[in-house]
Design a protein around this ligand. Structure first.
Ligand SMILES: Cc1cc2nc3c(=O)[nH]c(=O)nc-3n(C[C@H](O)[C@H](O)[C@H](O)COP(=O)(O)OP(=O)(O)OC[C@H]3O[C@@H](n4cnc5c(N)ncnc54)[C@H](O)[C@@H]3O)c2cc1C
Length: 571
C-alpha cells in the first residue's frame, strides 16, 4: 500500500512549512535514507529523508507552497500503484518522514551567519550561498541597509530629478526654451521611494533565489559565533559582522533643542523644498545633498571646519570643485566651526566662527553631515573577544577579526566607508570563510562624489604620495581641452594621472569631469593590472568621449599631450 509523505513538524513552535525543493521526481526510485524534499520555515531549511522505499508516485504540494504541518505532500508506493483516496483524507502522521532538527551549527563546516543586511552583508550572504554554505542573514530593519534605503540610491534618485529640473530651467543657451517649469514635490519623493522599493525587493528576491534564510530582528552576540534574536538563538561555523554605521551627532550647544536640525535621512524625506539650508560638513554627503537642494532652488550654505572640502580626495581637484560650486551659487565657508544653534522664526540661527571673525546665519533647516560612526555599541561584542578600536571592529586585510572564524566588513570596520568597498569586503570575507585566500586592498578602491561635475579617484593622491616618499610624475589635462566636455558644458574640470617616476606605473588617477564616477573604473582596472602610462597612451579611445581626457592626461605626464600645449608644471 502506498505510503504518504507529510509536512513534518520540525520544532515546538512550527505550525506550517514551505516545500523548498523536491529532490526526487515522480517515477524516481526511493530507498530508505534518501532525501526526498526540503522544507523551509521562518528559521531553518531542513532536508526530509524517507524511511520507506519504493517509487515516488505522486507530488501533491509543489515547490514554493506552504502548508500546515501534517498535510500530505506526496506518496511513495509501487510503480503504477493507485493512491487510495480514503488514505489521502486520513489523519496525517509523521511516521513516514524521518526528520532531524538541525541547528545551523550542526550543518557542519558550511554554515555562515551574517549580521546586517546592507551592501556588505547581503553580498557576503549571497557569495557564501553560491559557495555552498547554509546562510542565515539577520537584519533588524530593511534589507539593503544605509545604501539602498537612505544613502547611495535615494540620493542618486533625487540627484537625477534635480539635474533634469536644472537642465529644463537653464538651457536657453542651447536654444531650448522651457516655460512654466514646476516641481511636483510629492512626485519627486514618490520616484525616490519607488527606486528604493524596487532595489530592496530585488535584494529580497536574490536572497530567496540563493536560499538564504532571512531572520528579521536585532542580533546580540552571546558568544563569538552565536547570537540571540529575540527569544531565538543562532550559531554557525563562520560569522560575518556587517552592522554598518549611523550619522554622527556632534555636540553643538542648542542643537538638540532646535527642530530645524535634520540628518541625511530626514533631509531626503522633507515634505517640501526648504527656502534655505545650512549644511554642517563639506564632505561627500553634505555636498551631494547641498547641491541637490541648490538645484531645486534652495539657498545653500556649507560650513566645513577643515581648510578644504572633501577631505582625503585630491586637494587640487577639490579646490576646483569648490570654486565651481561657488560660481553655481552655493556659499561655502571652510576653516569655519559652528559654535551654537538656536531656534528662530525662520527655523534656526547658527553662530559660526570663521577665519575672520564670527558670522551668524539663518536657515529653514540645518543638515548635520559631519560623518558617520560605526554601529558597534550594545551588540554584545564583549562576549566575542573581537577587538574594537575607536569604535571600529579591527580586522586584517582578509577581513578576519582576531577571533578565528569571525569576520567583519563594511562601514563597521572603518576601512573605507563606501558601499562598493563594503560589497568588495563582503565577497572577500565570504570566500575566506569558506576556504579562500583573498584580500581587500583599500588602495584599489575608488572614491566618488556625485556633485557637479562628479569627482572620483583611485590610488595615491599627490599628498599621500609625498607623505609616503614616492617619486612620481604627474599628468594634467583640463576638460576645457576635451570636445565632449565642451558639448556637455563642463569645461572647468580636470583629469590628473600620477605615475611612478622610474617605470611609469600608474599609482593614482583623479577625475573632476562629467561621468567621472563611470570613468574611474578604467583607472581602477589599470591600477589593479599594474598598467603603465604607455598602456594608457597606446590604447585607442573613442572620439568624442570624456575618457579621451584620461589618455591625454597620461600623454601629458611625459610632455606629449596632443590637445593642449605641454607646459612644465601645472596647466
Ligand atoms: C546620504 C548618503 C549617501 C551615500 N552615498 C553613497 C554613494 O553614492 N556611494 C557609496 O559608495 N556610498 C555611499 N554612501 C555610504 C554607503 O551607504 C555605506 O558605505 C554603505 O551602506 C555601508 O554598507 P554596510 O553594509 O557596511 O552598512 P549599512 O549599509 O549601514 O548596513 C548595515 C545593516 O546592518 C543592520 N544592523 C545593524 N546592527 C544590527 C544588528 N545588531 N542586528 C541586525 N541587523 C543589524 C542595519 O539595520 C543595516 O541594515 C552614502 C551614505 C549616505 C548616508
Amino acid at each position: 500500500m502506498a505510503t504518504k509523505l507529510v509536512m513534518p513538524k520540525l520544532g515546538l513552535t512550527m505550525t506550517e512549512g514551505t516545500i523548498a525543493e523536491w529532490k526526487k521526481n515522480i517515477g524516481d526510485t526511493v530507498v530508505k535514507g534518501d532525501i526526498i524534499f526540503s522544507v523551509e520555515t521562518d528559521k531553518l531549511t531542513n532536508d526530509v529523508e524517507s524511511d520507506t522505499e519504493g517509487v515516488l508516485i505522486d507530488i501533491t504540494i509543489p515547490e514554493g507552497k506552504s502548508v500546515p504541518c501534517g498535510t500530505t505532500v506526496g506518496w511513495i508506493g509501487a510503480t503504477g500503484e493507485k493512491i487510495n483516496v480514503a488514505d489521502t483524507a486520513s489523519k496525517p502522521s509523521l511516521k513516514n518522514s524521518v526528520i532531524s532538527e538541525t541547528s545551523a551549527a550542526e550543518v557542519g563546516e558550511k554554515s555562515v551567519l551574517v549580521v546586517g543586511g546592507g551592501p556588505g552583508g547581503y553580498v557576503a550572504a549571497i557569495r557564501a550561498a553560491q559557495l555552498g554554505a547554509k546562510v542565515f542573514l539577520i537584519e533588524k530593519d530593511k534589507l539593503g541597509g544605509t545604501c539602498l534605503n537612505r544613502g547611495c540610491m535615494p540620493t542618486k534618485a533625487m540627484l537625477h530629478t534635480s539635474e533634469i529640473y536644472e537642465a529644463a530651467s537653464n538651457n536657453a543657451d542651447l536654444g531650448i526654451l522651457c516655460s512654466d517649469i514646476k516641481i511636483d514635490w510629492p512626485k519627486v519623493q514618490g520616484f525616490r521611494a519607488a527606486v528604493v522599493d524596487k532595489l530592496t525587493a530585488g535584494v529580497q528576491m536574490l536572497c530567496k533565489a540563493n536560499k538564504i534564510k532571512l531572520v528579521t530582528g536585532e542580533a546580540k552576540f552571546i558568544g563569538p559565533k552565536a547570537v540571540s534574536v529575540g527569544a531565538d538563538t543562532y550559531s554557525a561555523d563562520k560569522v560575518i559582522i556587517a552592522t554598518g554605521s549611523h550619522p554622527i551627532i556632534p555636540d553643538i550647544p542648542g542643537m538638540k533643542e532646535c527642530k530645524a536640525v535634520i540628518d541625511s535621512t530626514s533631509c531626503l524625506e522633507l515634505d517640501h523644498i526648504p527656502e534655505s539650508l545650512l549644511v554642517i560638513g563639506g564632505g561627500v554627503i553634505g555636498l551631494e545633498l547641498g547641491s541637490v537642494y541648490h538645484r531645486f532652488g534652495t539657498k545653500v550654505t556649507i560650513i566645513e571646519k577643515m581648510p578644504k572640502l572633501l577631505p582625503g580626495t585630491d586637494i587640487e581637484l577639490a579646490e576646483l570643485l569648490k570654486s565651481k560650486l561657488e560660481r553655481q551659487g552655493l556659499n561655502i565657508y571652510t576653516d569655519s566651526t559652528v559654535e551654537k544653534i538656536e531656534s528662530s522664526v525662520k527655523g534656526a540661527q547658527i553662530t559660526v566662527k570663521c577665519p575672520n571673525g564670527y558670522k551668524v546665519f539663518e536657515a529653514e533647516n540645518v543638515l548635520l553631515a559631519v560623518g558617520r560612526a560605526p554601529v558597534t555599541k550594545g551588540l554584545g561584542f564583549e562576549n566575542t573577544g573581537i577587538i574594537i578600536e575607536n569604535g571600529f571592529i579591527s580586522t586584517n586585510e582578509k577581513m578576519e577579526t582576531c577571533v578565528l572564524g569571525v569576520y567583519a566588513i563594511g562601514d563597521c570596520t572603518g576601512k573605507i566607508m563606501l558601499a562598493h568597498a563594503a560589497m568588495a569586503m563582503g565577497e572577500v570575507s565570504a570566500e575566506n570563510a569558506l576556504g579562500g585566500n583573498r584580500i581587500f586592498n583599500p588602495a584599489e578602491s575608488p572614491y566618488c562624489a556625485y556633485v557637479g561635475p562628479e569627482l572620483a579617484g583611485v590610488g595615491f593622491t599627490e599628498e599621500k604620495a609625498n607623505e609616503a616618499g614616492i617619486a612620481y610624475k604627474v599628468g594634467r589635462f583640463p576638460t576645457s581641452g576635451n570636445g565632449r566636455s565642451l558639448v556637455l558644458g563642463e569645461t572647468d574640470g580636470m583629469v590628473k594621472v600620477l605615475a611612478g617616476e622610474r617605470f611609469g606605473e600608474i599609482i593614482g588617477v583623479h577625475i573632476l569631469a562629467p561621468c567621472a564616477t563611470e570613468l574611474i573604473q578604467e583607472a581602477a582596472l589599470a591600477i589593479k593590472l599594474e598598467a603603465t602610462l604607455e598602456e594608457f597612451t597606446q590604447t585607442i579611445y573613442c572620439h568624442p568621449t570624456v575618457s579621451e581626457a584620461i589618455r591625454e592626461c597620461a600623454l601629458n605626464a611625459d610632455g606629449k599631450a596632443i590637445h593642449i600645449p605641454n607646459k612644465k608644471g601645472r596647466i
